[in-house]
Design a protein around this ligand. Structure first.
Ligand SMILES: Nc1ncnc2c1ncn2[C@@H]1O[C@H](COP(=O)(O)OP(=O)(O)OP(=O)(O)O)[C@@H](O)[C@H]1O
Ligand SMILES: [Mg+2]
Length: 193
């Protein structure tokens, strides 16, 4: 859980994130969020997204997935967050750090890579985006959708909903120090289209 003491995003004295429905029960909010975001993910292919793979697209995805739930949908967080002792990017540097990593995404050169090399690159982008953790909540799902679209653009496909969530979580945490397990997970899950 985040260090939520004095978080501007939670209801006072709780770790429940302020939401548009005014739900103050953690379990209920989680259930609602899970279903709503899954529905949004199932419809996002019908939506016209920003063309390029950059901050604009990442923000757009977050906004689309979370706009019915949180006021901060599509907006970078304005407080620092820690999970299990890991401190994500200082919020003041989110924009700069994202800009740097997005500039490294080059579809043309990604398309030239072998599947092994491709997975190494994709894993790198996933981890860098996770370390930045641009939003107060919903980073995992937003990043996976962004990555799915990027993979698609390069002629491959991946269905993160079919992968064991525990494995996604564990490999993403380990990836900060060593991403061989995450690369391996990608290799097993990516298919050519
Ligand atoms: N201790 C940690 N260190 C590094 N990254 C972590 C840690 N715990 C979780 N993560 C990453 O953060 C993501 C969760 O972020 P967040 O809760 O903002 O998004 P979410 O969409 O609710 O996540 P998810 O659906 O992935 O649980 C996870 O998918 C994982 O990749
Ligand atoms: Mg979460």
């Amino acid at each position: 859980m985040y260090d939520v003491i004095n978080s501007r995003y939670t209801y006072k004295g709780t770790d429940i994130i302020k939401n548009k429905l005014g739900i103050k029960d953690a379990k209920k909010l989680k259930q609602y969020e899970k279903k709503m975001v899954a529905f949004k993910l199932s419809t996002i292919n019908f939506v016209k997204l920003p063309k390029r793979f950059n901050e604009k697209r990442l923000k757009f995805i977050h906004e689309y997935l979370f706009k019915d739930i949180y006021d901060f949908a599509g907006k970078y967080r304005i407080e620092n967050i820690i999970k299990e002792n890991f401190r994500f990017s200082e919020y003041e540097y989110i924009d700069e750090n994202l800009n740097k990593i997005m500039k490294e995404i080059n579809i043309k050169s990604l398309k030239k890579l072998s599947l092994d090399e491709f997975c190494i690159k994709i894993s790198y982008f996933m981890t860098e985006l996770n370390v930045i953790h641009p939003f107060r909540e919903g980073n995992g799902r937003t990043i996976r959708e962004f990555i799915r679209e990027l993979i698609n653009e390069c002629g491959y496909d991946i269905d993160f909903s079919k992968i064991d969530y525990k494995e996604i979580l564990q490999t993403s945490k380990k990836a900060i120090l060593d991403d061989k397990f995450q690369i391996d997970l990608l290799k097993r899950s990516i298919i050519k289209i």
